[in-house]
Write a protein that binds this ligand. Structure first.
Ligand code: NAD
Length: 517
């Protein structure tokens, strides 16, 4: 199909948030657009929005390229129709039945559905080969990703035309399989799901979880801030839809906290209140200036569970090694070994050789602190820390052993601040905050790849562009090492005994291949 602006008219059904945004994206590039919506007031709202943003870009002349229509029949001249009406299978099927008559082949019919099966929508059309998904992200004129969804019968030419159209709109298209949530909405599930469980279990507050996600792992927006922006109802409905479509996959089980917010009508920014309150202007988060002031030497044990730790210490001017340089008493003790590397004797050697007033930081990533305390003679000095995300972030997760003294706790807090990081104390819990969230993202991405939703690179690209993740989940997993991802997930699985945390078979395969190298 020729998708040049001279020969391709774009039809858009539904002039709501997405439909108006898609129409605007097409108008920016000079396409003729027919925007249809049968509900009173919808077209006017869409027109206001479109004209405002065209004017902002000095493209008001393009406003003449759009026809606003109340009747579906007006879509007859369209070569590609993109549907963006309410997320309801029956309603969408009824619309596609009518479009089948109004826009006969070779016109292409695409759906912007977020969670419904495109194959089911296509099934009502005489030639389902001309139907595929074209899933934009909100705000459509700005976000660069488009998922082109290969429904059961989608013809290669249909997919090629939609890919070409996405490129013509200066978007990056990724072709995905027609499985619940496609790539982005699926792989992102644990970001919300694990955050909600952490909150529900009282491991940390939602502000602390957001802070760790943003300043500990580099996400643009923490999960709760993001749910408030998306709309808690939209997010919860997507969760529920995926749960139902997979007949109860436990990774997608909605959390009662989001359902309660839906029932209460506190849906996020759009209602003035969600997890945060937007009724008054939001109080700025107090982020103290972080200055590295610890001087001298830091004792860091052998081990691979604290990537970049020694380099970080050296960068801020500290001697850091497993042996304290002669003449320098260690100012802090960090263990870098995980469960697979930690020998009880070794921990005790570190403890025995150091000043008793120093707290000892031990990775509490693949072991809870409760378990760690059973391995040492001095549990009153043990502070669990998120060693995996320590070096890379400015916020650091800490957790206290039940026997930790107030003095050691205060000293640990000070030490972390003096290292230029912000301490966030959370309840002792498997995988703490970031490893639990991030490694479940890696797991979900691996499942998506296993189930042919997309290539590994495609999945990573989609997550970076679609939801702005700092890294693609699979690249992230590779960077930490898949054996660590598996160890962490097995730890979660063993502690919770829930299928939700079963590690994808692909991760185990990749972990073994790492050993071969
Ligand atoms: P919306 O409620 O803002 O807009 C829907 C529009 O469709 C309304 O203007 C309504 O008048 C119109 N409409 C409803 N039924 C219609 C019908 N039978 N015929 C013609 N018009 C009809 O919704 P939205 O957020 O724009 O979502 C639209 C679609 O896009 C949904 O399938 C949704 O899942 C999907 N989507 C939404 C987002 C998002 O973040 N909002 C992102 C990607 C995809």
């Amino acid at each position: 199909m020729d998708i040049s602006t001279d020969n391709c008219t774009i039809g858009v059904v539904g002039a709501g948030t997405m439909g108006s945004g898609i129409a605007l994206a097409a108008l920016y590039k000079g396409y003729r657009v027919i925007l249809q919506d049968s509900f009173p007031g919808a077209l006017e709202k869409g027109r206001d929005y479109i004209e405002k943003f065209l004017a902002k870009k000095d493209l008001s002349a393009n406003a003449g390229l759009v026809t606003y229509a109340k009747e579906l029949a007006a879509l007859a001249p369209a070569n590609i129709v993109i549907e963006a009406i309410i997320e309801d299978l029956g309603v969408k099927q009824e619309l596609f039945r009518q479009l089948d008559q109004i826009c006969p082949p070779p016109a292409i019919l695409a759906s912007n559905t977020s969670t419904l099966a495109v194959t089911a929508i296509a099934s009502v059309v005489g030639q389902p080969g001309r139907v595929a998904g074209m899933h934009f992200f909100n705000p459509a004129p700005i976000l660069p990703l488009v998922e082109v969804v290969r429904a059961g019968e989608s013809a290669p030419e249909t997919l090629a035309a939609l890919v070409a159209l996405a490129e013509a709109l200066e978007k990056t298209p990724v072709v995905t399989g027609d499985t619940p949530g496609f790539i982005v909405n699926r792989v992102a599930r644990p970001y919300y799901g694990e955050a909600l469980r952490l909150l529900g279990e009282g491991v940390a507050s939602f502000e602390e979880i957001d802070l760790l996600a943003e300043q500990g792992a580099g996400f643009r927006m923490g999960p709760f801030r993001l749910m408030d922006l998306i709309g808690i109802d939209i997010n919860a409905t997507a969760m529920l839809s995926m749960y139902e479509q997979t007949h109860g996959e436990p990774r997608y089980r909605p959390h009662f906290l989001q359902m309660q917010k839906m029932q209460a009508g506190t849906l996020g920014r759009k209602t003035g209140r969600g997890f945060y309150s937007y009724e008054n202007s939001e109080a700025a988060v107090d982020i103290p200036e972080l200055v590295a002031t610890l001087q001298g030497a830091v004792l860091v044990s052998e081990g691979t569970w604290a990537p970049g730790l020694k380099d970080y210490m050296r960068k801020i001017g500290l001697e850091a090694d497993k042996v304290t340089p002669v003449g320098l008493a260690p100012r802090a003790v960090f263990v870098a070994a995980g469960r697979d590397e930690l020998l009880p004797e070794e921990t005790n050697v570190y403890l025995a050789g150091t000043d008793k007033s120093l707290p000892v930081f031990v990775p509490a990533v693949d072991m809870t602190v409760a378990e760690l305390t059973t391995l040492t003679d001095e549990p009153e000095r043990i502070v669990g820390y998120d060693s995996l995300f320590f070096a890379g972030g400015t916020a650091v997760t800490l957790t206290a052993s039940p026997m930790l003294t107030d003095e050691h706790r205060a000293r640990a807090d000070e030490t972390v601040r003096a290292l230029g990081k912000r301490p966030v104390w959370v309840k002792d819990s498997p995988g703490l905050v970031l490893p639990r969230i991030v490694f479940q993202l890696v797991n979900e991405a691996a499942f998506a790849h296993l189930e042919n939703v997309g290539e590994a690179d495609t999945i990573d690209l989609a997550m970076r562009l679609g939801v702005n993740y700092p890294k693609g989940p699979l690249a992230w997993g590779r960077e930490f090492g898949f054996s660590k991802v598996v160890a962490e997930l097995d730890h979660l699985y063993n502690e919770y005994r829930e299928d939700r945390y079963r590690a994808c078979v692909l991760l185990r395969r990749w972990a073994r291949l790492e050993e071969v190298k």
